[in-house]
Design a protein around this ligand. Structure first.
Ligand code: TYD
Length: 209
């Protein structure tokens, strides 16, 4: 089972990914937790370039999308596929939907093209369940509580487009993609996330389209 968590920066997905992993482990599952971009040598270098206060690099929109894709392709082959093959549950903090939404809906690229390239470079590995943590961008900003990284120094309208992009994408695959209201406290949101995942685990798995 491959689960991904998505949402705005500050929506709490990193905390929620950890809480979900803990709760699944308590139920006896083996769980592999990973994040994007990152968790491989290449992925961490790309994170350093694009996210973590790296140099203000001139990166055009295609190059940026492809760098995120490169990190993802490596993560799938090195970490996610092997863990799934061993029967573990994989929880990824962000996956392809981040590219579709940030570079597509909120950025300047065609979301369908980004999705297409992403499907190819991940060898068509789709999450079985994607939990989208939905939150007002103003609240997400307050919650972030740490210095903004390169990408977060963007205008509020950008984050509004990110939010709407996620909501629009959720409607295209309501069985796999679950929107969770992330405005409550940590434990309440964690409960909602667990319920969304349980519902999906009980539903029959559909083959990738
Ligand atoms: P995130 O890991 O949530 O950052 P943090 O560690 O600060 O919580 O995400 C990194 C940033 O990269 C975030 O602003 C979203 C962005 N991003 C994209 O624009 N496209 C992508 O494909 C991915 C995976 C992330």
């Amino acid at each position: 089972m491959f689960i991904t968590l998505e949402g705005l920066d500050g929506s709490g997905k990193t905390t929620q990914a950890k809480l979900l992993a803990e709760s699944l482990r308590k139920q006896g599952y083996e769980v592999k937790l990973c994040r994007e971009p990152g968790d491989t040598t290449l992925g961490e270098i790309i994170r350093g370039l694009l996210v973590n206060g790296g140099p203000e690099l001139p990166v055009n929109r295609y190059a940026e999308m492809l760098l995120f894709m490169a990190a993802r392709a490596q993560l799938v082959e090195e970490v996610i596929r092997p863990a799934l093959d061993e029967g573990q549950i994989v929880i990824s903090d962000r996956y392809l939907l981040s590219g579709v939404v940030y570079q597509g809906h909120a950025g300047d690229l065609d979301p369908a093209e980004v999705a297409c390239i992403g499907a190819y470079v991940t060898d068509f590995l789709q999450p079985d369940c994607t939990v989208i943590l939905d939150l007002d961008p103003a609240l997400a900003e307050q919650r972030r509580g740490k210095p903004r990284d390169n990408r977060e120094r963007r205008i509020p309208a950008y984050f509004e487009r990110v939010r709407l992009g996620y909501l629009r994408e959720a409607t295209t695959d309501p069985i796999r993609r679950k929107v969770v209201d992330a405005s409550g406290d940590r434990d309440h949101v964690s409960q909602l996330v667990q319920e969304a995942v349980q519902r999906r685990m009980q539903a029959p798995l559909r083959r990738a389209a």
